[in-house]
Ligand binder design. Sequence first.
Ligand code: SF4
Length: 334
Amino acid sequence: MVDAVALPGLDRLHNLVHSVRTPEFAGITFHEVLAKSALNKVPKAAGLPFNWTVNPYRGCSHGCVYCFARNTHTYLDLDAGDDFDRQIIVKINVGDVLARELRRPSWSHESVALGTNTDPYQRAEGRYRLMPGVIAALTGSGTPFSILTKGTTARRDLPLLTVASKAVPVSMGVSIALIDERIHTALEPGTPTPRARLDLVRAIVQAGLPCQVLVAPILPMITDSDGQIDALLGLIADAGATGATVFALHLRPGAREWFMQYLGKHHPELIDSYAKLYQNGSYVTRSYAADLARRSSVLLRKHGLDRKESMLRIPDTSTAAVPPHLALNEPSLF
Ligand code: SF4
């Protein structure tokens, strides 16, 4: 482990402990910080189905091209592209700070969402092991929580999560947008394969926890045919998922630039069609969204994945008044 050269903007980070690189994480720099706070209040105007979030990491080495959280990295001179994937802020004291915040008499014990901005089980979690402390703090304070992830590192904590679920409601969600390995490699280069994530779903269910799958983003004209969605939902149902939610790609600033580069390289013939489909800005046209909702609801029903009772409350943020990358910003961190 060596001290890495800090980026210029990080000089303004008063709570930076040090920046490190290790051979196991080639190309990635971890900036370890002492966070002042762990709980983030989501503004009501965001219209999201949760009021509180915790994000142990900022930036995400999963590196999904379409990630809507990319713009949250454009602070301290970090960019929304490579820096988001490779310059990871690690809140090394997040468990202790969270436990302290949850002990306050004023704490409302509302549900806390993890994985709504960056992935708490990204590769860094194998090194830093922050989630056991977070889970212990939430469980010990009687706070319900949900976790959404693409990270198979979550398997490590399933025994802990199973115990936690005896004390508080725990909702697990796994993101699986597509099954095609070729598209996966180009679009989600740092994530476990879709098959590995199906195995994660299986492991979560076998551990006795309900598991919702987020089938998003659906890529118009690339992964949105009835046949593709049907096949993916079939695999998700086979893995034992409790339910699934399907929605289309959002192209907010910060993600749009990177996704359009991908499109230019892999599907240049679709550039004009995407320009029309996203003519209103970040979201697909209403007619496309309505057609996808109609087709996917039929297929969700077919595979028994339309059960609502134990679903993780994953937002379709297409209706959010404030984009999550603003809603989930963390001004209190520094
Ligand atoms: S796993 Fe989630 S947070 Fe991480 S890059 Fe992919 S979409 Fe973004």
